[in-house]
Design a protein around this ligand. Sequence first.
Ligand code: EPU
Length: 429
Amino acid sequence: MDKFRIEGGRPLEGRVTIGGAKNAALPAMAAALLTAKRVVLRNIPRVRDIITMRSLLDEMGADSSLKGEKQGNRLALQARKIPDPTAPYELVKQMRASVLVLGPLVARFGHARVSLPGGCAIGARPINLHLKGLERLGAKVSIEHGYVEARADRLKGDVFHFDTITVTGTENLMMAAALADGVTVLENAALEPEIEDLAALLNKMGADITGAGTPTIRIRGVSRLEGAEHNIIPDRIETGTFLAAAAITGGHLILDCVEPRHLTAVVAKLAEAGVETRAAAARNTGGPEALEAKMSSPGRAADVTTQEYPGFPTDMQAQYMALATQAHGSSVITETIFENRYLHALELARMGADITVDGRRAVVRGPTRLSGANVQASDLRASASLVLAALAADGESVIDRVYHIDRGYERIEDKLKRVGARIERISEV
Ligand code: EPU
């Protein structure tokens, strides 16, 4: 298992290029199952979860080819036939987003078999609403031997109201409804930019979707979908993580290839905490935008509550907590999306942070001097928060289980090294 060794205390200075959004790329890849034609996706991040999704599609019988940075990180997918529409436990347990194949498979092939994901480090994370929604569209759903079995001759459009806002649930049903008979209306849908990006891809494939990015999405089903080419949006969480890295090290970073409109809540909270963020000249004229971040004053405590988009993202909570350890005063963090997303707090405390967790609320008292320590990553964003803390700490830290960070950050150590961090990967075979 790989580890990171980090020598803290160096301000980060320079430019970092942000990759495509993992959480937009995963549903876009699943969408390729909706057509026999070729779907070409650009700006695919080279992260572990994308490799897992590709293995899943390959195993089911799809063809895929991935080209590197020079070709725009281009992934071509073609699912002519899917002999076995099964997402096996071995892959689903590695990545819950595998469940995104459920809607497309039932809609196009009339049958899907997807392992139930089971427990997760950050909360229970059931998929009951994905299943309820598919039933509403006429699928027969049963659970057998740990697998969801869903069958339907042809799905039929209907109105479905989500009791809880769910990102992948909205994506799954949007994809299923794209090939259903008639009109589907999804109410209380998730508003995340990744939903809009998926709808844009599906519409390029010939779907008829309006309202993505609002709480009510209307999908008029079509009988078949075609191939398409699509650029994945920039990763707003990777962007936020590097904004926090600039701030926590007292450095100054310019982030290229970002979409500042997707980071309004994060930028506003960082401003409250004393981090100055502003638009910068993009390196490639005409390309995506750039954002610049630096600490404008000593860090100030600021309370934060995670919310669905456009609120402050739960996927930035752990990184914000690391930053709050350096702020003057007490920051109250309230996690409303997942019930168990504070495992990083205990590890941060091992580095000297003063954090009290009580249920969904955490109080971080700062500033505290962080000192390097051996710590363990528990999930993707928790590991990002430990990297941030280690960058700000005195002395050396060793972060174990960095496979978690590889799931969603592309060679983060290389990007950090280029802007002055002392970080190395220790590979153990
Ligand atoms: N929920 C239900 N029933 C369902 C679905 C969800 O009760 O059928 C609950 C969940 O338990 C949770 C809440 O609804 O309490 C929101 O979960 P959601 O379904 O929105 O999460 P998700 O779709 O499984 C995506 C991201 C996560 C991100 C969340 C919240 C992808 C592939 N994953 O997960 O990303 O934290 O939305 O924004 O898009 C990450 O990248 O680190 C990550 C965990």
